[in-house]
Design a protein around this ligand. Structure first.
Ligand SMILES: Cc1ncc(COP(=O)(O)O)c(C=O)c1O
Length: 371
């Protein structure tokens, strides 16, 4: 493995120092929750700090598949965040020289771990002009006998684009015909604004779903994610990988995650309403902009706008001014291997006031950075 630090992590707000940013519009999660919001979170004294179940907390795994009539907890493996699931899957399925197909732009780990392994990546580039839609025919054309898996994200980070059910069915058929796997990163699944599709893993035993509590519930500090896999021998290999990396997950995190999800109905309506209200704020702002354009996200709490006329703005000066003069931080395009006149705009994490102030700062910083 040849590890390289990813800009999205090296330049993340937590690495920069949250205290240096007034309006944090760079996050892809909902506002971080406090421990006091947990039911019974204060009463952890009776928790035995033994090695936990290697698959993970039984009750939590049960809750994760409770909305599905078809899946059971035995198909769920808890991981250290969705990031841990991505690592386990890539290192299990890939060896140096193997091929995979990855959608771009993407959350960097979906690309960087296969790269560190030395796998050959065939990118399927999404385009603004195409409303960031996934081209399934392009995926079919990219398949070779060496393709081990196809990696897609739904809802998509950083654009908020969503897959349609026929596309998931097509991906399932491709996986079965070509004897390969499809990894569906569903980390943003609970933030879909229209009808929510079944978990992707329900469409085929050759589809692996991953997710976590980080994004919708604002619990990235719990580091609680999972993968769901119906292929038993493959599941066992994922478990072997997990056992070799860290044996089991942190029992405190898993217990807290369990208690939170037990009372999901208490948190979820409030979170969804807040995200929708914040999306309206961004839509209103976007409607008044001459400099920016975007494809409205259909899920998640991020969008990926771009400057209409990149040649008219000194982009380095823009990002510098945005933070130095206006205390506002966004995710620049290079976090996603895209030109820097694209940026990820996270609207779920800041308060409404911070969001409004941050959006005004974007307008002002562009004006101040014209060539
Ligand atoms: C698409 C996607 N997958 C996975 C992750 C990893 O998140 P976590 O490990 O906190 O669950 C992220 C984080 O930004 C993401 O955007």
């Amino acid at each position: 493995m040849r590890y390289t630090r990813m800009p999205i992590e090296a330049e993340s707000p937590e690495q920069m120092g949250y205290d240096k940013i007034r309006n944090n519009l760079s996050e892809s999660s909902y506002t971080d929750a406090f421990l006091r919001e947990f039911s019974g979170g204060e009463d952890l004294g009776r928790l035995l700090l033994c090695y936990g179940s290697h698959e993970g907390h039984e009750g939590l795994r049960e809750l994760i598949v409770s909305g599905s009539g078809a899946l059971t907890r035995d198909q769920v493996l808890l991981t250290i965040g969705a990031a841990g699931a991505l690592f386990i899957i890539a290192t299990t399925l890939l060896e140096k020289g193997d091929e995979l197909i990855v959608v771009r732009p993407n959350y960097a780990t979906n690309i960087e771990t296969p790269r560190a392994i030395g796998a050959t990546i065939h990118f399927i580039d999404l385009h603004f002009e195409n409303r960031w839609a996934l081209d399934i025919d392009a995926i079919k054309r990219a398949i070779t006998p060496g393709t081990r898996y196809i990696s897609v994200t739904h809802p998509h980070n950083p654009t908020g684009a969503c897959l349609e059910e026929p596309q998931l069915l097509q991906l399932a058929a491709i996986a079965e015909t070509h004897n390969l796997y499809v990894l569906v990163d569903e980390t943003y699944r609970d933030m879909v604004f229209d009808r929510q599709l079944p978990l992707a893993v329900e469409y085929s035993p050759r589809i692996i779903s991953i997710s976590s509590l980080s994004k919708t519930y604002g619990l990235p500090g719990l580091r609680t994610g999972w993968l769901i896999c119906r292929d038993r021998p493959l599941f066992e290999t994922f478990l072997a990988a997990k056992e070799q990396i860290h044996i089991c997950g942190p029992v405190i995190d898993e217990e807290l995650a369990y208690r939170y999800l037990l009372h999901r109905d208490r948190h979820f309506p409030r979170i969804t309403a807040d995200i929708r209200a914040k999306l309206e704020i961004v839509k209103n702002w976007m409607g008044q902009q001459d400099d920016w354009e975007w494809v409205e996200p259909r899920g998640g709490c991020v969008g990926f706008p771009r400057l209409k006329d990149p040649g008219a703005v000194d982009i380095d000066r823009f990002y510098h001014s945005l933070l130095a003069d206006y205390g506002t931080y966004v995710g620049p395009g290079h976090w996603f291997e895209m030109p820097r006149h694209y940026m990820r705009l996270g609207f779920g994490w800041p308060t409404k006031e911070q969001l409004k102030e941050g959006l005004s700062a974007l307008t002002a910083a562009v004006r101040a950075s014209r060539c």
